[in-house]
Ligand binder design. Structure first.
Ligand SMILES: C[S@@+](CC[C@H](N)C(=O)[O-])C[C@H]1O[C@@H](n2cnc3c(N)ncnc32)[C@H](O)[C@@H]1O
Length: 319
Protein backbone atom coordinates (compact mmCIF):
# COMPACT_ATOMS: atom_id res chain seq x y z
CA UNK A 1 0.00 0.00 0.00
CA UNK A 2 2.72 2.39 1.03
CA UNK A 3 4.76 1.62 -2.08
CA UNK A 4 2.03 2.27 -4.61
CA UNK A 5 0.95 5.45 -2.85
CA UNK A 6 4.02 7.49 -3.73
CA UNK A 7 3.79 7.50 -7.54
CA UNK A 8 0.13 8.44 -7.26
CA UNK A 9 1.03 11.35 -5.03
CA UNK A 10 3.70 12.54 -7.48
CA UNK A 11 1.27 12.46 -10.37
CA UNK A 12 -1.30 14.45 -8.46
CA UNK A 13 1.32 16.97 -7.48
CA UNK A 14 2.46 17.56 -11.04
CA UNK A 15 -1.11 18.04 -12.07
CA UNK A 16 -1.76 20.53 -9.29
CA UNK A 17 1.47 22.39 -10.08
CA UNK A 18 0.43 22.81 -13.68
CA UNK A 19 -3.11 23.80 -12.87
CA UNK A 20 -2.91 26.29 -10.08
CA UNK A 21 -0.68 29.25 -9.38
CA UNK A 22 -1.84 29.50 -5.81
CA UNK A 23 -2.99 26.81 -3.53
CA UNK A 24 -3.50 26.16 0.10
CA UNK A 25 -1.98 23.35 2.05
CA UNK A 26 -3.30 22.30 5.41
CA UNK A 27 -4.27 19.33 7.50
CA UNK A 28 -7.72 17.95 7.96
CA UNK A 29 -9.32 15.33 10.16
CA UNK A 30 -7.19 12.27 10.86
CA UNK A 31 -4.08 14.29 10.06
CA UNK A 32 -4.66 14.25 6.33
CA UNK A 33 -2.80 17.11 4.68
CA UNK A 34 -4.62 18.56 1.70
CA UNK A 35 -4.43 20.96 -1.18
CA UNK A 36 -7.24 23.41 -1.64
CA UNK A 37 -7.84 25.77 -4.50
CA UNK A 38 -10.25 27.96 -2.64
CA UNK A 39 -12.16 27.68 0.59
CA UNK A 40 -11.27 25.55 3.52
CA UNK A 41 -13.98 22.96 3.10
CA UNK A 42 -13.75 22.44 -0.66
CA UNK A 43 -10.93 19.96 -0.92
CA UNK A 44 -9.79 19.63 -4.50
CA UNK A 45 -7.22 17.03 -3.61
CA UNK A 46 -6.55 15.17 -0.46
CA UNK A 47 -3.13 13.64 -0.21
CA UNK A 48 -2.73 11.25 2.64
CA UNK A 49 0.51 11.48 4.58
CA UNK A 50 1.74 14.28 2.39
CA UNK A 51 4.11 15.71 4.97
CA UNK A 52 5.36 12.31 5.97
CA UNK A 53 6.06 11.14 2.43
CA UNK A 54 7.33 14.31 0.83
CA UNK A 55 9.68 16.00 3.20
CA UNK A 56 12.31 16.81 0.57
CA UNK A 57 10.09 18.31 -2.05
CA UNK A 58 9.05 21.90 -2.60
CA UNK A 59 5.54 22.02 -3.94
CA UNK A 60 3.94 25.17 -2.60
CA UNK A 61 3.31 28.39 -4.42
CA UNK A 62 1.24 29.89 -1.65
CA UNK A 63 0.49 28.94 1.91
CA UNK A 64 -2.38 30.09 4.01
CA UNK A 65 -3.70 29.62 7.46
CA UNK A 66 -7.45 29.99 7.21
CA UNK A 67 -9.05 31.99 9.93
CA UNK A 68 -12.58 33.27 10.17
CA UNK A 69 -12.75 33.18 13.92
CA UNK A 70 -11.02 31.18 16.62
CA UNK A 71 -13.84 28.66 17.03
CA UNK A 72 -13.94 27.86 13.29
CA UNK A 73 -10.15 27.68 13.16
CA UNK A 74 -10.09 24.92 15.82
CA UNK A 75 -13.18 23.27 14.35
CA UNK A 76 -11.41 22.90 11.01
CA UNK A 77 -8.27 21.49 12.61
CA UNK A 78 -10.25 18.97 14.68
CA UNK A 79 -7.33 17.71 16.78
CA UNK A 80 -4.21 18.92 18.53
CA UNK A 81 -1.85 16.17 17.47
CA UNK A 82 1.65 17.07 16.29
CA UNK A 83 3.15 13.61 16.19
CA UNK A 84 3.68 13.83 12.41
CA UNK A 85 6.07 16.78 12.75
CA UNK A 86 9.74 15.94 13.14
CA UNK A 87 11.34 18.11 15.82
CA UNK A 88 13.30 17.90 19.04
CA UNK A 89 12.88 19.89 22.23
CA UNK A 90 15.36 21.29 24.75
CA UNK A 91 13.66 22.33 27.96
CA UNK A 92 15.45 25.00 29.99
CA UNK A 93 12.83 25.28 32.71
CA UNK A 94 11.78 22.60 35.15
CA UNK A 95 8.05 23.17 35.28
CA UNK A 96 6.00 20.17 34.24
CA UNK A 97 2.24 20.56 34.57
CA UNK A 98 1.67 16.79 34.51
CA UNK A 99 4.18 16.27 37.32
CA UNK A 100 2.38 18.96 39.35
CA UNK A 101 -0.92 17.28 38.51
CA UNK A 102 0.39 13.86 39.59
CA UNK A 103 1.87 15.24 42.82
CA UNK A 104 -1.38 16.95 43.80
CA UNK A 105 -3.93 14.29 42.91
CA UNK A 106 -4.95 10.88 44.15
CA UNK A 107 -7.50 8.20 43.30
CA UNK A 108 -10.29 10.34 44.82
CA UNK A 109 -9.56 13.54 42.85
CA UNK A 110 -11.93 15.19 40.41
CA UNK A 111 -10.12 17.02 37.60
CA UNK A 112 -11.38 19.46 34.95
CA UNK A 113 -9.35 20.01 31.77
CA UNK A 114 -10.32 23.19 29.92
CA UNK A 115 -9.76 23.56 26.15
CA UNK A 116 -8.81 19.91 25.92
CA UNK A 117 -8.49 19.77 22.11
CA UNK A 118 -8.79 16.20 20.84
CA UNK A 119 -8.11 14.93 24.34
CA UNK A 120 -4.56 14.02 23.32
CA UNK A 121 -2.93 15.22 26.55
CA UNK A 122 -5.66 14.02 28.93
CA UNK A 123 -5.57 10.52 27.51
CA UNK A 124 -1.79 10.32 27.50
CA UNK A 125 -0.52 12.25 30.49
CA UNK A 126 -3.26 12.61 33.12
CA UNK A 127 -2.98 10.33 36.16
CA UNK A 128 -5.63 7.83 37.25
CA UNK A 129 -8.10 9.82 39.34
CA UNK A 130 -11.74 9.39 40.27
CA UNK A 131 -13.16 11.59 37.52
CA UNK A 132 -11.89 13.74 34.66
CA UNK A 133 -14.19 16.11 32.81
CA UNK A 134 -12.48 17.50 29.71
CA UNK A 135 -14.13 20.28 27.73
CA UNK A 136 -13.67 22.31 24.54
CA UNK A 137 -15.84 24.82 22.73
CA UNK A 138 -15.16 23.13 19.39
CA UNK A 139 -17.67 20.37 18.70
CA UNK A 140 -15.23 18.84 16.19
CA UNK A 141 -12.48 18.66 18.83
CA UNK A 142 -14.89 16.90 21.19
CA UNK A 143 -15.84 14.48 18.41
CA UNK A 144 -12.14 13.63 17.93
CA UNK A 145 -11.65 13.35 21.69
CA UNK A 146 -14.53 10.87 21.97
CA UNK A 147 -13.06 8.81 19.12
CA UNK A 148 -9.68 8.85 20.85
CA UNK A 149 -11.41 7.85 24.08
CA UNK A 150 -12.99 4.83 22.37
CA UNK A 151 -9.54 3.67 21.34
CA UNK A 152 -8.19 3.99 24.87
CA UNK A 153 -8.67 1.90 27.99
CA UNK A 154 -9.89 4.86 30.10
CA UNK A 155 -13.26 4.85 31.77
CA UNK A 156 -12.98 7.84 34.10
CA UNK A 157 -12.97 10.57 31.41
CA UNK A 158 -15.94 12.48 29.99
CA UNK A 159 -15.49 14.84 27.05
CA UNK A 160 -18.04 17.53 26.45
CA UNK A 161 -18.51 20.84 24.72
CA UNK A 162 -18.20 23.96 26.85
CA UNK A 163 -16.96 27.52 26.40
CA UNK A 164 -14.23 28.35 28.93
CA UNK A 165 -15.69 31.83 29.18
CA UNK A 166 -19.18 30.55 29.91
CA UNK A 167 -18.60 27.53 32.14
CA UNK A 168 -21.52 25.41 33.28
CA UNK A 169 -19.70 23.04 35.63
CA UNK A 170 -20.91 22.59 39.24
CA UNK A 171 -19.57 24.93 41.92
CA UNK A 172 -17.05 23.69 44.53
CA UNK A 173 -16.68 20.41 42.67
CA UNK A 174 -13.15 19.98 41.31
CA UNK A 175 -9.93 19.33 43.21
CA UNK A 176 -7.88 20.46 40.22
CA UNK A 177 -8.55 22.55 37.12
CA UNK A 178 -6.04 22.26 34.28
CA UNK A 179 -5.87 24.69 31.36
CA UNK A 180 -3.16 24.20 28.75
CA UNK A 181 -2.77 26.69 25.91
CA UNK A 182 -6.33 27.92 26.04
CA UNK A 183 -8.16 30.98 27.36
CA UNK A 184 -9.56 31.10 30.88
CA UNK A 185 -11.87 33.03 33.14
CA UNK A 186 -10.23 32.98 36.57
CA UNK A 187 -13.43 33.83 38.46
CA UNK A 188 -15.38 30.95 36.91
CA UNK A 189 -12.54 28.52 37.62
CA UNK A 190 -12.44 29.75 41.22
CA UNK A 191 -16.14 28.91 41.58
CA UNK A 192 -15.69 25.44 40.08
CA UNK A 193 -12.85 24.52 42.45
CA UNK A 194 -13.28 23.12 45.95
CA UNK A 195 -11.71 25.06 48.82
CA UNK A 196 -7.94 24.54 48.63
CA UNK A 197 -8.39 23.23 45.06
CA UNK A 198 -5.55 23.81 42.62
CA UNK A 199 -5.43 25.62 39.28
CA UNK A 200 -2.64 24.49 36.94
CA UNK A 201 -2.30 26.69 33.88
CA UNK A 202 0.16 26.72 31.02
CA UNK A 203 0.02 29.37 28.32
CA UNK A 204 1.78 30.63 25.22
CA UNK A 205 3.37 33.98 26.04
CA UNK A 206 3.72 37.12 23.97
CA UNK A 207 7.42 36.55 23.23
CA UNK A 208 6.87 33.01 21.92
CA UNK A 209 8.65 32.64 18.53
CA UNK A 210 9.40 36.35 18.76
CA UNK A 211 12.11 36.54 16.09
CA UNK A 212 9.81 34.81 13.62
CA UNK A 213 6.89 37.08 14.51
CA UNK A 214 9.05 40.20 14.21
CA UNK A 215 10.30 39.12 10.82
CA UNK A 216 6.71 38.62 9.63
CA UNK A 217 5.47 41.68 11.50
CA UNK A 218 2.56 39.70 12.89
CA UNK A 219 1.58 36.69 14.93
CA UNK A 220 -0.18 35.41 18.01
CA UNK A 221 -0.28 38.17 20.64
CA UNK A 222 2.11 40.24 18.48
CA UNK A 223 0.12 43.42 19.01
CA UNK A 224 -0.83 42.83 22.64
CA UNK A 225 0.50 45.68 24.74
CA UNK A 226 0.44 43.59 27.91
CA UNK A 227 1.72 39.99 27.91
CA UNK A 228 -1.03 37.43 28.45
CA UNK A 229 1.02 35.83 31.25
CA UNK A 230 0.73 39.03 33.26
CA UNK A 231 -2.96 39.41 32.45
CA UNK A 232 -3.67 35.83 33.59
CA UNK A 233 -1.51 36.29 36.69
CA UNK A 234 -3.35 39.46 37.75
CA UNK A 235 -6.79 38.03 36.94
CA UNK A 236 -6.03 34.93 39.00
CA UNK A 237 -4.91 37.07 41.94
CA UNK A 238 -7.98 39.30 41.59
CA UNK A 239 -10.31 36.27 41.51
CA UNK A 240 -9.23 35.51 45.09
CA UNK A 241 -6.67 32.74 44.53
CA UNK A 242 -3.78 32.45 46.98
CA UNK A 243 -0.25 31.09 46.65
CA UNK A 244 -0.16 32.22 43.01
CA UNK A 245 3.09 31.38 41.21
CA UNK A 246 3.98 32.56 37.70
CA UNK A 247 6.89 30.73 36.07
CA UNK A 248 8.36 31.67 32.66
CA UNK A 249 9.03 28.53 30.62
CA UNK A 250 11.91 28.57 28.14
CA UNK A 251 12.09 25.87 25.47
CA UNK A 252 14.21 25.58 22.32
CA UNK A 253 12.71 23.51 19.52
CA UNK A 254 14.63 22.31 16.45
CA UNK A 255 12.60 21.41 13.34
CA UNK A 256 14.21 18.85 11.08
CA UNK A 257 13.21 20.43 7.76
CA UNK A 258 11.46 23.50 6.40
CA UNK A 259 8.37 21.38 5.81
CA UNK A 260 8.32 20.37 9.47
CA UNK A 261 8.36 24.03 10.46
CA UNK A 262 5.71 24.81 7.83
CA UNK A 263 3.52 22.00 9.10
CA UNK A 264 3.67 23.61 12.55
CA UNK A 265 2.91 27.10 11.25
CA UNK A 266 -0.02 25.87 9.18
CA UNK A 267 -1.56 24.05 12.09
CA UNK A 268 -1.04 26.57 14.89
CA UNK A 269 -1.96 30.23 15.11
CA UNK A 270 1.70 31.27 15.73
CA UNK A 271 1.72 33.55 12.68
CA UNK A 272 -1.91 34.53 12.97
CA UNK A 273 -2.95 37.66 14.79
CA UNK A 274 -4.73 35.72 17.52
CA UNK A 275 -4.95 37.58 20.75
CA UNK A 276 -6.23 36.71 24.19
CA UNK A 277 -6.95 40.33 24.84
CA UNK A 278 -8.65 41.39 21.64
CA UNK A 279 -11.67 40.31 19.63
CA UNK A 280 -10.66 37.46 17.29
CA UNK A 281 -13.92 37.50 15.38
CA UNK A 282 -13.04 38.98 12.01
CA UNK A 283 -9.51 37.81 11.37
CA UNK A 284 -8.66 37.54 7.70
CA UNK A 285 -7.07 34.58 6.02
CA UNK A 286 -3.38 34.68 6.81
CA UNK A 287 -0.72 34.03 4.23
CA UNK A 288 2.73 32.69 5.01
CA UNK A 289 5.39 34.59 3.08
CA UNK A 290 7.85 31.93 1.97
CA UNK A 291 10.66 34.43 1.30
CA UNK A 292 10.48 35.63 4.88
CA UNK A 293 10.36 32.06 6.09
CA UNK A 294 13.49 31.24 4.06
CA UNK A 295 15.22 34.26 5.63
CA UNK A 296 14.29 33.02 9.10
CA UNK A 297 15.51 29.52 8.27
CA UNK A 298 18.83 30.88 6.95
CA UNK A 299 19.40 32.72 10.23
CA UNK A 300 18.35 29.86 12.46
CA UNK A 301 19.67 26.65 10.94
CA UNK A 302 22.19 24.38 12.59
CA UNK A 303 23.00 20.70 12.53
CA UNK A 304 20.26 20.23 15.17
CA UNK A 305 17.62 21.67 12.81
CA UNK A 306 15.77 24.98 12.47
CA UNK A 307 15.62 26.72 15.83
CA UNK A 308 12.38 28.09 17.21
CA UNK A 309 12.60 29.72 20.62
CA UNK A 310 9.42 29.06 22.58
CA UNK A 311 8.19 31.14 25.51
CA UNK A 312 5.46 29.64 27.60
CA UNK A 313 4.39 30.35 31.16
CA UNK A 314 3.09 28.22 33.95
CA UNK A 315 0.81 29.34 36.76
CA UNK A 316 -0.26 27.43 39.85
CA UNK A 317 -2.79 28.87 42.30
CA UNK A 318 -4.87 27.65 45.25
CA UNK A 319 -8.47 28.49 46.07
C1 LIG B 1 -3.92 25.23 21.48
S1 LIG B 1 -5.20 24.07 21.67
C2 LIG B 1 -4.69 23.23 23.13
C3 LIG B 1 -5.35 21.89 23.32
C4 LIG B 1 -4.92 21.11 24.57
N1 LIG B 1 -5.20 21.82 25.79
C5 LIG B 1 -3.45 20.78 24.51
O1 LIG B 1 -2.68 21.40 25.22
O2 LIG B 1 -3.08 19.91 23.73
C6 LIG B 1 -6.47 25.17 22.27
C7 LIG B 1 -7.81 24.51 22.47
O3 LIG B 1 -8.63 25.39 23.22
C8 LIG B 1 -9.90 25.42 22.64
N2 LIG B 1 -10.51 26.72 22.96
C9 LIG B 1 -10.12 27.95 22.54
N3 LIG B 1 -10.93 28.89 23.06
C10 LIG B 1 -11.83 28.24 23.83
C11 LIG B 1 -12.94 28.65 24.63
N4 LIG B 1 -13.30 29.94 24.73
N5 LIG B 1 -13.63 27.71 25.28
C12 LIG B 1 -13.32 26.41 25.17
N6 LIG B 1 -12.31 25.94 24.41
C13 LIG B 1 -11.56 26.85 23.76
C14 LIG B 1 -9.68 25.19 21.15
O4 LIG B 1 -10.82 24.69 20.51
C15 LIG B 1 -8.52 24.20 21.18
O5 LIG B 1 -8.95 22.87 21.17
Amino acid sequence: MHQIKKPIISTMKMDIKKKYKRMIVGTTENMIPFYVLNGFTKYHHTVKNFFVDNYDEEVWDGLKIMINNEHDFYNEIKNWDFSYINYIKENFTRWDMYEILRNNSNSESRVLDLGTGGGEKVLKYFPEVKEIIATDFSEEMIKTANENLKNSDKNNITFRQMDNLNMNTPDNYFDIVVARHTCIDAEQIYKALKTNGLLILRGVDKLDCWELKRLFGKGQAYKDSKPISLIDYENILDAGFKDVELVPIHIREYYKTKNDLLALLLKTPILADFSETQDNKNLEKEEIDLNKLDEYIKRNSSEKGILLIRRYYGITARK
